[in-house]
Design a protein around this ligand. Structure first.
Ligand code: GLC
Ligand code: CA
Length: 543
């Protein structure tokens, strides 16, 4: 069992992300809850993950499913109670897992007491907790657009000013230039550390040093200064793992964010690979070119080697399901889900598994009125108003909409996939393929995607090479296969071979691996040319 009290334990860990609303409903209101997570701790222990990241569970009007926090120190009643949370932390630890909280420090909810005070009068001590600019009702300070559509500025008549919101008007941005606000946020972090959590995921942390007057959100002038202060004042314990969501990160800035001297964060989520099948924005669909993916992944692997630390992810609550996105969710569902896992987990960094990814959950096509996500709804509205035809709007939603990842977890082939009771309407529809793709089926099938993930996770603790090895991309111009090696003088050598197509491809096997041991494969008898979506991991000891 991994000792999560040691410094840098997270370099050997696998982290599982839970979207609590969609995990397991136990009181039958259609919304997943904390007792639902407790109920499945044995499942997570069996899977072998070391930490569980919970997306925000604080009191929230749920305009953006918890990424709009009204009270940072209380649990939302729809999700559970503080007693249940304490119980979860304790029971997870008993099984060798720690809980990571998701901190939204860039903005709060407009229903947070701070904002209610702040928007009452300019003299209120909380006024300066947010970002205000003078203006008249119909002339915002500039034309910046909010991520979820519309202007990034909203006028408040009571103070005769606009407040800045990078996302939606329900998510006013916090003013990090105010030292009092910063202390208040550190105090919140300390509150959760004292509760025994193992670390934090920091929502859009690269946007805290915003400079809206010059239209800068990510990577503002004071960004690294603020993160270093946050780290020093709030993340005092060595064992805490901190992962920053940083849409603006480049390998250069990631070396600062994840500086091995510990001055900032443990690691970041970068987005470069997630942008490869988009255009001017994510809704603008483009086919991913495997050569680009290889180049991007290789650059991050090589640049951060011994200078920083990567997070490895394909899925999260904002991204579509990877087997539908870059695999094949029809004929080669299992093969491609396993292949994608091999490609990702073989790299250097900390892998993240998003709930349902381990059973190969797929994208879901809902009717427009069934979607819940604020981003999908705003995109639809804005696009319809712009005269874009319905079919192409829906194609984008089917391919990229965030609700693809948020349909409830598929536990069994019983009513409502056992996410909730039979007579209850889940908050978001269940993907109809739950009768085939579900945890129950996969637990008993030795060849399931789930059991493949278990093996993959076990390998990480068996071979230190996963943590230490350098990375070399093979055959960079091949647009069908993704092959690489990991090498360490002390820990040995690994070859990873992945076929990204539904056709047979020649294998690329360097001489060194001719007699190597196959430590994982998604086909029986893994030799010779790579069959459709075939993936192999070969190991040879150091000489
Ligand atoms: C992050 C979250 C996303 C949320 C946004 C605003 O990108 O992952 O779900 O909508 O920040 O908080
Ligand atoms: Ca519930």
């Amino acid at each position: 069992m991994l000792d999560t009290t040691l410094k840098e334990w997270w370099k050997s860990a696998v982290i599982y992300e839970i979207y609590p609303k969609s995990f397991q409903d136990t009181n039958y209101d259609g919304i997943g809850d904390l007792p639902g997570i407790i109920m499945h701790l044995d499942y997570l222990e069996h899977l072998g993950v070391n930490a569980i990241w919970l997306t925000p569970i604080y009191v929230s009007p749920q305009k953006d499913n918890g990424y709009d926090i009204a009270n940072y120190k209380e649990i939302d009643p729809s999700i559970g109670t503080m007693e249940q949370f304490d119980e979860l932390v304790r029971l997870a630890r008993e099984r060798g897992m720690v809980i990571l909280m998701d901190l939204v420090l860039n903005h709060s909810s407009d229903k947070n007491d701070w904002f209610i005070e702040a928007s009452g009068s300019r003299d209120n001590p909380y006024h300066d907790y947010y970002v205000w600019r003078d203006g008249t009702p119909d002339s915002p300070p500039n034309d910046m657009e909010a991520v979820f559509g519309g202007s990034a500025w909203t006028y408040v008549p009571a103070v005769g000013q606009y407040y800045f919101h990078a996302f939606s008007p329900y998510q006013p941005d916090l003013n990090w230039d105010n030292p009092k606000l910063r202390q208040e946020l550190y105090d919140i972090v300390r509150f959760w550390v004292a509760k025994g959590v193992g670390g934090f995921r920091l929502d859009v942390i690269d946007m805290i040093a915003k400079e809206p007057d010059i239209k800068v959100t990510g990577n503002g002038t004071h960004l690294h200064e603020y993160i270093r202060e946050l780290s020093q004042e709030a993340f005092r314990e060595d064992y805490l793992v901190t992962v920053g969501e940083t849409g603006s990160a480049t390998p250069e800035s990631a070396k600062l964010f994840s500086n091995p001297d510990g001055s900032e964060l443990s690691m970041v989520f970068q987005f470069e690979h997630m942008h490869l099948d988009g255009g001017k924005d994510k809704w603008d669909l483009k086919k991913m070119d495997l050569r680009e993916l290889k180049q991007v992944m290789a650059r991050w692997q090589n640049e951060l080697f011994e200078k920083g630390w990567n997070s490895l992810y394909f899925e999260n609550h904002d991204q579509p399901r990877i087997v539908s996105r870059w695999g094949n969710d029809g004929k080669y569902h299992d093969e491609s889900a396993k292949m994608l896992a091999v490609m990702l987990h073989g790299m250097q960094g900390t892998p993240y598994v998003y709930q349902g990814e381990e059973i190969g959950m797929t994208n879901a096509r809902l009717k427009i009125e069934e979607y819940d996500d604020i981003e999908i709804k705003n995109f639809y509205e804005v696009s319809v108003a712009a005269g874009i035809d319905e079919d192409s709007i829906m194609e984008s939603v089917y391919a990229k909409g965030r609700d693809n990842a948020r349909t409830p977890m598929q536990w069994t082939d019983g009513p409502n996939a056992s996410f909730t009771a039979e007579n209850v309407k889940p908050w978001l529809p269940i993907n109809p393929n739950y009768t085939e793709i579900n945890v129950d089926n996969e637990l008993v099938n030795p060849d399931s995607v789930l059991n493949f993930y278990r093996k993959l996770i076990q390998l990480r603790s068996k071979y230190s090479l996963f943590r230490t090895g350098s990375f070399t991309l093979l055959d960079p111009n091949n647009e069908k296969t993704f092959c690489y090696t990991r090498d360490s003088e002390e820990d040995g050598h690994m070859l990873v071979e992945c076929n990204f197509t539904g056709e047979v491809q020649p294998e690329v096997c360097p001489e060194l691996f001719r007699d190597a041991e196959i430590i994982l494969a998604n086909y029986k008898d893994p030799h010779g040319p790579l069959r459709p979506y075939e993936a192999r991991m070969l190991f040879t000891a150091a000489h």
